[in-house]
Design a protein around this ligand. Structure first.
Ligand SMILES: Cc1ncc(COP(=O)(O)O)c(C=O)c1O
Length: 389
């Protein structure tokens, strides 16, 4: 495998010394600088009586982290509100709709979405939502024509994974937004498995909402989700899932009625998870320095190589073959996924598996080509050996 000579910043990720980390779809490795960042959090807390931690840094942090994430999404500053996690980000959007009082009560989702998507929309049925889940006949893709056909003039929202956690299938965002907007519907894409791995163009697509979080491809810690809302849509919406931080003047501690912030902060709820914000900053910084375009190019090159390697050996790939329909992971069918994950871990190759798709393997910018080759060679040996010990 031949590729460009990029700075993979390996020394900045101590975990990489313990083996071949191919788990960026699950939990990215901790950046060394997260230790200092979390220490800065502790120190601000410790010194709070002499210097107000909220005023000095904490209050601004949500917006700072939100703006950094916005850059990775191809979005404008002031368009991303930090959330406790992606599920809450989705619930916040769901709470903007009043399905019971409109004929436009349909929500279109897909069969390859993360389960939170199904659970949250299922819960909206009792509030009048009509949910249509577009199926995946092969368990790997969701035919675009079926998604487009499901969108009609009763659709209020199309809400689905941009890249599926299950198969790494990537939908055609532009086509979906085009069709939805032409019929008066909005579009939410879950980019948890895309952001930081492939190029995203929120502003160019004209997408209405994006949701995700930092612990996977963005190398951040848990409890730092995010919600992008198209800037010219923000003020039209009043999430019922709300709290004092979403108020236009939160420190007035005013009685209701709620007066929503005139910024993306109107999609906040209560006190932000400050340690999560500190833990997210170093990874975001590294990603920005390496550059999403470079990272995306490396992802394309290595996933193509892995698929070729697998097909030459007659393995079944449970991800799309077309690079334009795929995210940064490759799913490989094996007889017994959990057992293979264990055997690979014994050889210091770290991947995971999901029912129905087999191994999930995710090279990221910090992996060397040699690591990717070695991991696939070890997998090939283990498959060759079968399960007899
Ligand atoms: C595509 C996708 N969406 C959502 C989630 C869940 O996000 P959260 O735990 O922040 O709600 C995951 C987590 O694995 C995911 O892969």
């Amino acid at each position: 495998m031949e590729g460009p000579n990029i700075d993979r910043r390996r020394a900045e990720f101590p975990t990489l010394a313990s083996g071949i980390h191919l788990l960026s779809h699950s939990l990215g490795p901790v950046p060394r600088a997260a230790r200092e960042s979390l220490l800065a959090y502790y120190e601000a807390w410790e010194q709070h009586t002499s210097e107000d931690a909220w005023a000095a840094s904490w209050w601004e942090l949500s917006q700072q982290v939100g703006d950094r994430i916005a850059r990775l999404l191809g979005a404008a500053p002031g368009s991303v509100q930090i959330q406790p996690n992606a599920s809450i980000a989705l619930a916040s959007v769901a709470s903007c709709f009043d399905f019971a009082s409109t004929k436009r009560n349909k929500v279109v989702t897909s069969a390859l979405d993360f389960p939170s998507m199904e659970y949250i929309w299922e819960a909206q049925r009792s509030l009048g939502a009509k949910v249509e889940i577009v199926g995946s006949p092969d368990g790997i893709t969701v035919p675009l024509e079926n998604i487009l056909a499901a969108i009609d003039d009763t659709t209020s929202l199309v809400a689905m994974s941009h890249t599926s956690f299950r198969s790494s299938y990537r939908v055609d965002a532009k086509a979906i937004v085009g069709r939805a907007h032409s019929l008066g519907a909005l579009v939410l894409l879950d980019v948890y498995q895309s952001a930081g791995s492939i190029d995203l163009d929120a502003s160019i697509w004209g997408v209405d909402f994006l949701i995700g979080g930092t612990i996977k491809w963005l190398c951040g810690g848990p409890a730092c989700g995010y919600l992008y809302v198209r800037p010219d849509l923000q003020r039209d919406l009043q999430p019922r899932l709300t709290g004092w931080v979403a108020h236009d003047a939160p420190f007035d501690f005013a009685h209701s009625p709620m007066r929503y912030a005139r910024s993306v902060r109107r999609f906040a709820q209560g006190t932000p998870s400050i340690p999560a914000l500190y833990s997210a900053l170093p990874g975001l910084q590294i990603l920005e320095e390496v550059g999403v375009e470079t990272i995306a190019g490396e992802s394309r090159r290595r996933t193509e190589w892995m698929i070729k390697f697998a097909l030459e050996r007659g393995w079944k790939i449970n991800s799309p073959r077309d690079v334009n329909e795929r995210g940064g992971s490759v799913m490989i069918d094996v007889d017994d996924g959990p057992a293979m994950v264990d055997r690979l871990a014994q050889r210091k190759v770290f991947v995971d598996c999901r029912p129905g798709v087999g191994l999930r393997i995710s090279p990221h910018f910090f992996n060397t080509d040699e690591e990717v080759e070695e991991a696939m060679t070890i997998l090939s040996q283990l498959i060759g050996e079968g399960f007899a010990e």
